[in-house]
Design a protein around this ligand. Structure first.
Ligand SMILES: *[C@@H]1O[C@H](CO)[C@@H](O)[C@H](O)[C@H]1NC(C)=O
Ligand SMILES: *[C@@H]1O[C@H](CO)[C@@H](O)[C@H](O)[C@H]1NC(C)=O
Ligand SMILES: *[C@@H]1O[C@H](CO)[C@@H](O)[C@H](O)[C@H]1NC(C)=O
Length: 323
């Protein structure tokens, strides 16, 4: 167990060194998290790992709004009422523990994508249709010949899109789900990002449903693999332990260097693979910032971020706000 003790001591030391060096990063979340239309209200909430004297919200490209007050809170809220196209974009937040202190690490960027209902919804088709066997490759096509530049495939029940495709020319996107399993059964829809408007979204289009029938299991296959399984498990555990040690150290180091992208789809991570982690990181050039009043967060229990009923989340924020 000497290597393990060593690893623990090393890990503890790395964490301590990391804390001393950086103000750990805040995290930024959107409420509602998805599907806000132009004209609706949205709140960006910066979650602070410690109390801060000042919190800043930055937006790539443009300066929007300024409101220069502060309070000591562990959450700062920035609300946009009656959103317009100018609000759409990529944001991050940073804080200072005192007026003279250095700014913290940046939060991971968050994209505020607003649904613009003046764009027509995309069309959708699925092939082969409706009911298929496990293992089939299923193709879903989405199209809008006038505006569709990047298409997103949504599955009902998943808060984030499950696939994204950027097109070189406006037109049709083809999504393939290879070797479907019963877990892929469900209702699918598309939306698109209009050409030239990366942070606007079309409304969701019509749905297609996919039903995957399970293949009856073959009894022989399970038995023959049993002996090998025992050997594999024993060998695998040893390898896995070493691997996890190395990984843990790697991630501690990476954490210090702010390389970790956070998974923004924790609730349905098992059945939905989110495209959020593919979003490019911001660079710090040409950024402007917004400073708004930090508002006392709602005292009511907050809904989880993946709540599929966005307007409900907003209502609670609105009720709970006070100055
Ligand atoms: C947005 O918030 C304002 C002020 O709280 C409220 O009057 C308005 O009804 C809200 N709009 C929507 C679409 O919820
Ligand atoms: C599904 O697609 C993969 C990759 O193109 C291919 O190798 C496989 O044979 C296909 N399976 C079926 C059932 O068509
Ligand atoms: C899918 O669309 C059909 C009509 O095209 C509609 O009857 C059905 O309710 C929709 N399903 C869901 C889950 O929205």
């Amino acid at each position: 167990m000497t290597p393990m003790a060593l690893a623990l001591i090393l890990g503890w030391w790395l964490v301590a060194a990391c804390r001393a060096q950086h103000l750990s990063r805040p995290s930024l979340s959107l409420h509602p998290s998805q599907g806000v239309s132009l004209g609706e209200n949205v709140t960006l909430r910066c979650h602070l790992p410690q109390l801060a004297a000042r919190v800043r919200l930055y937006k790539e490209g443009r300066w929007i709004h300024s409101n220069y007050k502060y309070k000591e809170q562990d959450t700062a809220e920035f609300s946009f009422l009656n959103t317009n196209r100018e609000h759409a974009g990529r944001y991050f937040c940073q804080y200072q523990v005192s007026w003279s202190a250095v700014e913290s690490e940046k939060s991971d960027p968050v994209e505020l994508v607003l649904t613009d209902r003046s764009f027509p919804p995309p069309s959708i088709s699925v092939s082969p249709e409706e009911c298929v066997e496990t293992g089939t490759n299923v193709t879903i096509q989405c199209w809008n010949k006038d505006y569709g530049a990047a298409f997103l495939l949504h599955k009902d029940g998943c808060s984030a899109p499950i696939q994204r495709q950027d097109l070189a020319v406006v037109g049709t996107a083809t999504f393939t789900i290879f070797g479907v399993t019963p877990a892929d059964s469900g209702t699918y829809r598309c939306s698109y990002r209009p050409s030239g408007h990366p942070f606007l979204s079309s409304p969701l289009g019509n749905n297609v449903t996919l039903e995957v029938t399970p293949t009856p299991s073959t009894p022989g296959a399970a038995d023959s693999s049993h002996g090998n399984l025992v050997v594999a498990v024993v060998g695998g555990c040893t390898a896995a332990f070493l691997f996890i040690l190395v990984l843990a150290i790697f991630f501690l180091l990476a954490g210090c260097r702010r390389q970790i992208q956070r998974d923004e789809c924790p609730v349905d991570a098992l059945k939905c693979s989110s495209v959020n982690s593919l979003l490019p990181l911001l660079d710090s050039e040409g950024l402007t910032y917004v400073e708004l009043q930090a508002v006392t967060p709602s005292s009511q229990p907050l809904n989880p971020p993946a709540d599929p009923q966005p307007s409900v989340i907003y209502a609670e924020i609105a009720v709970g706000r006070h100055h």
